[in-house]
Ligand binder design. Structure first.
Ligand code: NAP
Length: 315
């Protein structure tokens, strides 16, 4: 019997839909990957697997036999919110290429802060010729919030650059060379010794607003922050107050509650902020399509589903 078509749902007017379709078709020549809009009624009623980018929830509900969806993104909070209490199993993208790209960004922006580039930019603005005392990486503690696929790859890269690395996760991890923490008390202990704090947590009910005034105040005065995860994990106004008071020296922000960041938002103009346009770890269409293809192939051959998102936990 021929295999049912695999719908691809990318949401309205997605600029990347064409690139995704061609990468997915290239990676799965023995599957029929069809844009949702191009499916006929029969194909819609037979589909059991779909591949999704930012699907319209109403479109998914028109696939009555769907068992699971494979997201092409690593972060799935928007998909979870859109699906409501649907019983669909969700598989997210777990791509070592993406983790390596994120680890590279973590190292690049950690070095930017470690070598005090914001301070030298301020000095240049004042035509001030003054070298600052050198700090060795082993004297600098980098704290990772989240030790999952992206956090653990980043920890390895930071350790190789000789930084002291600690990390916080829900379940205490055991990673060579990393001082690991868990729970509220563990978070407080880690913040107390962190010079550069890097957020790589998923956005969930528990992590929304996690970095507020009280927690930012636990960092040593003059610490720095990098957010490569999701904007709402940090309380926006508390972040501004911590920067204004000097409690935080600098924040590198790649993610925001509203993207693109609206022109009237304060981070654009704050001297203590570097704004990045959600570019720390772009998904690679080619490697992502190969991962999706391998997961679908295994399911076709064995009926085995890849590891699914824990919907109740939110990641
Ligand atoms: P992951 O593998 O699911 O890891 C998440 C980590 O966060 C885990 O260590 C988890 O703890 C920890 N965690 C979750 N909730 C927690 C809580 N309430 N308290 C303490 N720790 C908690 O996710 P990932 O693949 O590393 O991705 C992380 C996030 O990065 C994604 O959700 C996405 O938002 C973001 N992202 C950003 C970009 C970008 O370009 N800026 C690109 C890709 C992804 P356990 O290990 O104990 O479960």
């Amino acid at each position: 019997m021929p295999k049912a078509a695999v719908p691809f749902l990318a949401g309205k007017d997605s600029p990347e839909a064409g690139a995704w379709l061609s990468a997915l078709r290239h990676a799965m020549p023995d599957e029929r990957i069809v844009a949702f809009e191009d499916l006929n009624e029969g194909e819609r009623s037979e589909a059991t697997i779909a591949i999704v980018a930012n699907p319209e929830p109403a479109d998914l509900s028109r696939l009555p036999r769907l068992c699971w969806v494979h997201s092409v993104w690593a972060g799935i909070e928007r998909l979870l919110a859109n699906l409501g209490d649907s019983r669909l199993q969700i598989v997210r993208l777990l791509d070592p290429r993406l983790a390596a790209t994120m680890a590279e960004a973590v190292l690049a922006w950690t070095l930017f802060l470690h070598r005090e580039m914001p301070a030298y930019a301020r000095q240049q603005a004042q035509q001030l010729w003054r070298s600052r005392p050198y700090t060795r990486p082993e004297q600098r503690t980098v704290g990772l919030l989240g030790l999952g696929a992206l956090g653990s790859a980043s920890a390895e890269r930071l350790l190789a650059a000789r930084f002291k690395v600690c990390g916080w996760s829900r379940q205490r991890k055991s990673l060579p060379g990393v001082e690991c923490f868990a729970g509220e008390v563990g978070l407080e202990e880690m913040l107390g010794k962190t010079n550069i704090l890097i957020c790589l947590l998923p956005l969930t009910l528990e992590t929304r607003g996690l970095l507020n005034m009280a927690r930012l105040a636990l960092l040593p005065s003059g610490a720095s922050l990098i957010n490569f995860a999701r904007g709402p994990i940090i309380d926006d106004e508390d972040l501004r107050a911590a920067l204004d008071s000097g409690q935080l020296d600098h924040a590198v922000l790649d993610v925001f509650a509203h993207e693109p960041l609206p022109a009237d938002r304060w981070p654009w103009r704050h001297p203590g902020v570097t704004v990045l346009p959600h570019c720390s770890a772009p998904t690679d269409h080619e490697t992502a399509a190969q991962i999706v293809a391998a997961n679908i192939r295994r399911y076709r051959e064995t009926g085995e589903l890849p590891a699914c998102v824990n919907v109740a936990r939110g990641y």
